[in-house]
Design a protein around this ligand. Structure first.
Ligand code: SF4
Length: 316
């Protein structure tokens, strides 16, 4: 902005950020699932994923879009299936870095037939509730009429199960939707892939979610990545149905997206179908997310991981 006095330019540069994320890579084509790799000012990378509603997590059928955003660089929680945690935790995102993922995609969409981001899922890289104050600060802007005006009920916060922060979230005035990354329906199975379960076992997690529901009266979603020979047995389907019924939750099944660094495999189509039938028989509302981004490193953290490997190769 060279048309304003230089003193004011200096002052603005000190006090304001105009953009905190720079597009480093984009994968996928317009109208389908797209993945964005952002470079931050300190050289770190994060990801966002834009999902057309027809392919979205919660089954809406329109030409509207859901954006999945990151809240941390890396992740400290080390879930044993997730590329985001492979490199450990680097840092929390600032509120502006969370907001700018949304604003930057919105800007790109402006010339694209008026398509709009109607839903947000806070489910990208990082554990959102471990960056609680910055997340709330960002959501206040994203939710506000003077901000991006995305309704609280259109914003889903996903957590790996931080029970105390779920209770805290229940006391916020906004009615955000809650999703729990469950991925195991008994402590024995869940602990194999989610270390957080040792700190907050299922009994504590379920109690916290019940408290959330009693204060918010909102539908909770249980995210469940189906992994062959780990959590796709009939027993797990039965246990999952029990939890879902107790929490009056719906279940979102996601067939595992294979990552080189982990041994896990995606279940066969038959195994997926059998698991769904097990839940259906119990009367649990279930959706299966047929992963639209399988070819574009769409599982959380995969694009960043590939980018880091390429940068390492260039350096050596
Ligand atoms: S699944 Fe979520 S909490 Fe677990 S390592 Fe990945 S980003 Fe972190």
């Amino acid at each position: 902005m060279s048309n304003i006095p230089s003193k004011l330019q200096e002052r603005l540069a000190l006090d304001f950020d105009f953009s905190t994320v720079i597009l480093a890579r984009k994968q996928g084509v317009e109208g389908a699932t797209q993945k964005f790799l952002w470079r931050l000012r300190d050289g770190q990378f994060i990801e966002s994923v834009l999902i057309p509603a027809s392919a979205s997590l919660y089954g809406e059928t329109s030409d509207r879009f859901t954006l999945c955003v990151s809240t941390q660089v890396g992740c400290a929680y080390g879930c044993n299936f997730c590329a985001s945690g492979l490199d450990g935790f680097k840092r929390n995102l600032e509120p502006a870095e969370i907001v700018d993922q949304v604003l930057s995609v919105k800007r790109m969409q402006q010339g694209d037939g008026g398509r709009v981001i109607t839903n947000l899922v806070i489910m990208g890289m990082g554990e959102p509730l471990a960056n609680y104050p910055n997340l709330m600060h960002a959501l206040n802007f994203l939710n506000a009429k003077w901000g991006t005006n995305i309704g609280a009920r259109k914003i889903t916060i996903s957590t790996s199960g931080l029970a105390p922060q779920i209770r805290k979230l229940a006391k916020e005035p906004q009615q955000y939707r809650l999703a729990i990354s469950l991925h195991g329906a008994t402590d024995g199975v869940r602990e194999q892939i989610m270390p957080i379960n040792k700190k907050y076992p299922l009994s504590q997690l379920i109690n916290a979610v019940e408290e959330y529901q009693s204060l918010k009266n909102g539908m909770v979603t249980l995210e469940y990545i189906l992994i062959a020979d780990l959590n796709d047995s009939p027993d797990q389907a039965l246990a999952l149905a029990g939890i879902a019924k107790r929490l009056r939750a719906k279940v979102n099944l996601i067939p595992y997206n294979e990552v080189d660094e982990f041994k896990w495999k995606r279940p066969t189509q038959n195994a997926q179908d059998a698991f769904i039938q097990g839940l259906d028989k119990s009367g649990v509302l279930t959706t299966l997310r047929r992963e639209k981004g399988h070819d574009i490193d769409a599982a959380c953290g995969q694009l960043r991981l590939r980018n880091e490997k390429e940068l390492d190769a260039q350096r050596s």
